[in-house]
Design a protein around this ligand. Sequence first.
Ligand SMILES: N[C@@H](CCC(=O)N[C@@H](CS)C(=O)NCC(=O)O)C(=O)O
Length: 244
Amino acid sequence: MTIVLHRFPLSHFSEKARAALDFKGLEYRIVEHQPGPEQIAIYRLSGQRKLPVLEHDGTVVADSTEIALYLERTFPDRRRLLPDDPSARLEVLALEAQLDDTLGRSGPLVWVRHAVRDERYLDALGAATTPLVSAGLRAMAAVVPIAEARLGAVQRRLDEAERTLRATLADLCARLETSRYLVGDEPSLADIAAVALVHPLKFPPSRHLFRPALAGASVHSIAEHPDLAPFFDFRDRFYRDHLQ
Ligand SMILES: N[C@@H](CCC(=O)N[C@@H](CS)C(=O)NCC(=O)O)C(=O)O
C-alpha cells in the first residue's frame, strides 16, 4: 500500500488533507509542487488543477474533503474522523463544510493583507521557503497596500474576508469554552479542518512542514491577537496530541 499526497508547500487545503492522513495514523509520502506550469502535471493526474491530490493504489482523489471521506471509507479500522452517532456526524460535516467556506476562502485574502505588512513574518518565510515564493511575497508586499488604498473594491473584499475570518475564529473560541473539541468531547474532521485551514497564519509544531524553520512563524496581528488565543492554543495542542 502506497499513499502519496501531492501538495503546495504553504497550502492550507493541502495541510487539511495531510492532517487527515496523520489523524488516521497512515504512512504516506509527500510530493511538493509549485503553482504555475507544474499544474499541468496535476491536471494530467487528476483531471483538475488544484491541490491537494491523493494517490492510493491506483486511485486518485482530489479535494481535501473528498480525500478525508475516502480515507474514512478505505480505512474504517483506523481512528475515525466522523462520529457514529448520526446527528453528531451531521454536525461535524456541516461545520467542516462551513469552515472550508469561511476559513478556506477568507484565509488566503486575510493572510495576504497582513503578511505583506509583517516584516518579521516576511523575513521568516524568506529564509524558509524557495527564492520564488519569497520574491512573490515581496512583490505582493509592494502591490497589495497600493491596490487596497486606491481600489475601493479590493479594500471592501479584504474587509469582508477579514470580518468573516475573525467571526469564524471567535465562534470556534466560543465552542471551545463549552466542549473539549469543536463538536463534543471527541476529535473529528471538524477539528482537522479548523486547525489546518489557518495553516500559513501560524505554522504549527509539525514535522511535515515544508521547512522546519517555519514552525511558529505567524502573522502577528491575527494569530497573536489575545481574543483568538484560545483557538490558536487549542490548535497547537491538537497538533501535539493528534498529528505529527
Ligand atoms: N476545495 C478544494 C480547494 C483546493 C484549493 O483551492 N487548493 C488551492 C491551494 S490552497 C490550489 O490548488 N490553488 C491553485 C489554483 O487554484 O490553481 C479542497 O478542499 O481541496
